[in-house]
Design a protein around this ligand. Structure first.
Ligand code: HEM
Length: 149
């Protein structure tokens, strides 16, 4: 292998390693975010008063930012998701090609998770946040407890 060729192979390898690092870091960040969401929603079910529940929903249902409600967990998952997609797309484009079935399955899975987050989970958490904001202080009523369950 000539010098130029081996230098190219070396920098290509470095780029691949970088992409793999970004990708796996993104995966870890996304799962940390969704782990936090799972834990917070489990704790939400344990809340006895509207005040307790409102404190928990601040983390999971977010605050208004312009037109959107954005939560700490949204930020973690979106940043991690961007790392995951950018790193995965770099490796798929430069090395593997997009025709690998396992890459296609991954892409469909990532899109499905994104759609479920945007159109199922997000609005549901939002409705719970709104119902809690309007609820009186004190013991959570039966109808409030059943919001969106
Ligand atoms: C846009 C979707 C995705 C694309 C294009 C993609 C692409 C890739 C590529 C090309 C590799 C490198 C494989 C290797 O070097 O052996 C990889 C590794 C990996 N991917 Fe993905 N991926 C995607 C989604 C995901 C998702 C959703 C997860 C986790 C749930 C994930 C977790 C991993 C892990 C843990 C590795 C490291 C495995 C290893 O190196 O042995 N990926 N991915």
């Amino acid at each position: 292998m000539g010098l130029v060729q081996s230098r190219y192979a070396q920098s290509h390898m470095d780029a691949y390693r970088f992409a793999l690092f970004i990708h796996v870091a993104g995966t870890v960040i996304v799962f940390a975010g969704y782990g936090a969401l799972l834990f917070s929603t489990a704790v939400l079910r344990l809340a006895r008063t509207a005040e307790e529940a409102r404190a928990i929903t601040r983390i999971i249902a977010g605050r208004r930012l312009g037109f959107e409600y954005v939560s700490a967990i949204d930020v973690i998952v979106i940043v991690g998701g961007a790392f995951l997609v950018v790193g995965g797309a770099m490796m798929a484009t430069f090395t593997w090609g997009w025709n690998q079935p396992w890459i296609q399955v991954s892409v469909v899975a990532v899109v499905a998770i994104g759609l479920a987050a945007a159109f199922v989970l997000g609005p549901r958490l939002h409705r719970i946040g709104v119902a809690l904001a309007q609820a009186p202080d004190g013991e959570i009523s039966q109808s409030l407890r059943q919001t969106d369950s």
